[in-house]
Design a protein around this ligand. Structure first.
Ligand SMILES: Nc1nc2c(ncn2[C@@H]2O[C@H](COP(=O)(O)OP(=O)(O)O)[C@@H](O)[C@H]2O)c(=O)[nH]1
Ligand SMILES: [Mg+2]
Length: 206
């Protein structure tokens, strides 16, 4: 019989990356997976499109995140199967700060995700990520513009981030934020104290 501990470890939260080709989704995925950046992998995608890892946000307890990468099938938005989004707890919407077109695509990406998920998107965490912030001199999308857009599509400004998969800037912040949001027990934990894990304390017998 499986113990409570095994059952808790067996659950993982699905988080999906979406956005136009070339914005850096696979690079963010690779940072999550192995904390590497491979500049020479241009145009190539890993065979693997999902990776599960325990993520420990500072001040919180570990959360199991399974991150999904579109792995190249996003060349046409319509080719993303609805199953890609199904049961996702969080969607990371990625654009490149150096390419305004990729930012303009975001409302279509959101529509696509919401229609694929149908009902039940109420608790979905949406994070807006402007990647390639190391290329600030080529910037085409101001942070203010991203915040304005977020307001219009009901994304709280705390979910508007800028990252660089190349330098690793903002990547930990991104997954810390996601982990804190998808794990209610972590959010409710008292400052500095142990997070509540009611289930694991349940049902002790003598
Ligand atoms: N300068 C810079 N280049 C990046 C960054 N992230 C990704 N790239 C490059 O952008 C290109 C597309 O990245 P990729 O991860 O394949 O994008 P995807 O199509 O969204 O999966 C590749 O040449 C990456 O090396 C970044 O943060 N900064
Ligand atoms: Mg890719």
């Amino acid at each position: 019989m499986a113990s409570d501990t095994n059952l808790l470890k067996a659950t993982t939260d699905k988080v999906v990356l979406i956005g136009d080709v070339g914005v850096g989704k696979t690079s963010i995925f690779t940072r999550f997976k192995s904390n590497e950046f491979d500049e020479s992998s241009k145009g190539h995608n890993p065979k693997e499109d999902k990776f599960t890892k325990m993520w420990k946000p500072s001040g919180g307890s570990e959360v199991s995140i399974t991150l999904f990468d579109t792995a190249g099938i996003e060349r046409h938005m319509s080719t993303i199967p609805p199953t890609y989004f199904r049961s996702a707890k969080a969607v990371i919407l990625v654009y490149s700060i150096t390419d305004a077109e990729t930012f303009d695509s975001l409302s279509n990406w959101i529509e696509n995700a919401v229609s694929a998920m149908g009902v039940g998107t109420g608790g979905l965490v949406k994070v807006l990520v402007g990647n390639k912030v190391d290329l600030d001199s080529d910037r085409q999308v101001d942070r203010n513009r991203a915040e304005e857009f977020a307001k219009n599509v009901d994304i709280n400004s705390k979910f508007v981030l800028e990252t660089s998969a190349k330098t690793n800037k903002g990547i930990d912040d991104l997954f810390n934020l996601v982990a804190m949001e998808i794990a209610p027990s972590v959010k409710q934990s008292p400052k500095g104290g142990a997070p509540k894990t009611e289930k694991s304390k349940c049902c002790s017998q003598t």
